[in-house]
Design a protein around this ligand. Structure first.
Ligand code: NZQ
Ligand code: ZN
Length: 395
């Protein structure tokens, strides 16, 4: 595919870089809104260190705390109001993907007179893609989404049970200040979910993209192989800074546009997972660990050679005279085994989800990303019946 690649976010990466927050922020304003989640950054001391750096640099701040996992539009509205009333000129997100996503949409909502939900695609007639936002600085504390260096955000609406996204040029953070030390306190389960999330960002492009992308294939495979190797180590020993740093770098590369360039990013597994977490408020990476292997078994039949390549190059499985589909399925089993090894669920029942709402999830999954026949985009495109069949296989 012809492509354009432009990622304007400045990345500052390395242990100890949190201390640079003040001078970095000062370039964008004198008063910042610091957005945080449910308290992990207060317990770890990261919040105090962030404030100390800002104060030293002469930057005043207001706070928006308690952004929830699977962030709600109500939190976006609340944060935008605080920023507006306090006269903040710059937004700092200090937290996981949920905090970063909410902060990004707050930054646009401050400058938008309408309802911020207009900015999140949910099948509305006029989708208001924002064109302006306050400057955003991301300081991730969890390696998973890559939100720190991309222009996307995913927001949920509790009232309608819809979880969906926005992507806009103005949502690229000005700076991503990435300090792997901040991820040392992430618990084992969230560490594993993050590894699964980042791998899934790569597999979405790898399996659903166009043919004939040999360089991108090798990038994708490199990210997956390293995420498996270093992800294992980060899960085994959360204090292993080297492992934390490798996983965090992998999570950024996995979704900052580079691996996807020229490939096309079609994310059917994400669309199905978002429908599940909209209804059940499950961790995103855990939902992906359940949906992705089931989806892969469905998709392997349409593109067996691709899955055989995955089996050979990621897990070193040898063809041994097997046909492509058999080899591909063995690769999927190996991947599922890895997910279980690091402690991810791989069945809906482990998440407490039964089949009662399967039709509703299927309908929600095709709400935004669909072809002119209403099928979920991907290779192959999925009807709502296909989605239900994949969910059934994941029970
Ligand atoms: O809220 P706090 O107290 O901070 O605790 C969080 C939360 O409970 C905790 N945590 C984060 N950093 C920690 C920590 N605990 C201890 N030490 C730390 N250093 O981890 C829990 C989960 O946090 P969350 O931010 O929800 O996790 P994640 O980073 O996985 O983000 C998930 C959200 O991002 C969206 C997902 O759909 C979901 O809503 N996504 C965003 C994307 C993007 N913007 O590009 C792409 C993804 O595909 C994804 O959809
Ligand atoms: Zn994801």
């Amino acid at each position: 595919m012809n492509f354009e690649f432009h990622n304007p976010t400045k990345l500052i990466f390395g242990a100890g870089t949190l201390s640079r927050l003040g001078p970095v922020t000062r370039e964008y304003g004198q008063k910042a809104l610091i957005v945080t989640g449910g308290g992990s950054v207060k317990r770890s001391g990261a919040f105090d260190r962030a404030v100390a750096s800002l104060t030293d640099a002469g930057v005043a701040h207001a706070e928006c705390t308690d952004v929830e996992p699977n962030p709600r539009i109500t939190s976006v509205v609340r944060g935008a109001r605080i920023a507006r009333e306090a006269g903040c000129e710059v937004i700092i997100a200090l937290g996981g993907g949920s905090t970063m996503d909410a902060a990004k949409v707050m930054a646009a909502a401050v400058l938008y007179a309408g309802d911020p939900w207009d900015m999140i695609g949910h099948g509305q007639e006029h989708w208001h893609i924002p064109t302006q936002a306050l400057p955003i600085i991301t300081v991730p504390t969890l390696a998973a989404t890559g939100s720190e260096m991309n222009c996307g955000a995913v927001i949920s609406n509790d009232a309608t049970k819809v979880k969906s996204f926005v992507q806009a040029e103005c949502l690229y953070p000005k700076v991503a200040l990435v300090d792997p030390e901040l991820t040392l306190t992430v618990p084992k389960d969230q560490t594993a979910y993050g590894v699964c999330d980042l791998i899934t960002h790569v597999t979405e492009g790898y399996f659903n993209g166009v043919d004939g992308t040999p360089i991108q294939d090798r990038f994708a495979e490199g990210v997956i192989i390293n995420a498996i190797e270093w992800g294992r180590r980060a899960v085994a020993d959360g204090r292993d800074l080297d492992a934390r740093a490798q996983v965090q770098w992998a999570s950024i590369v996995a979704l900052n546009g580079w691996v996807q360039a020229g490939v096309g990013m079609v994310p059917p597994v994400h669309m199905i997972e978002h429908a599940l977490s909209a209804h059940h408020d499950i961790p995103h990476g855990a939902g992906l660990a359940v949906v992705n292997p089931a989806w892969m078994r469905f998709a392997a039949r349409a593109r067996p050679e691709r899955f055989a390549q995955f089996a050979q190059r990621i897990f070193g499985l040898s063809p041994d005279g097997k046909d492509a589909l058999t080899l591909g399925l063995a690769g999927i089993a190996a991947y599922e085994g890895f997910l279980r090894e690091i402690g991810c669920p791989t069945r809906l029942s482990e998440l407490g989800i039964g089949d009662a709402l399967f039709e509703a999830y299927a309908k929600d999954a095709v709400l935004v990303v669909h072809d002119d026949q209403g099928r979920l985009l991907g290779r192959p495109p999925m009807t709502q019946d296909d989605i239900v069949a994949v969910l059934r296989a994941a029970l």
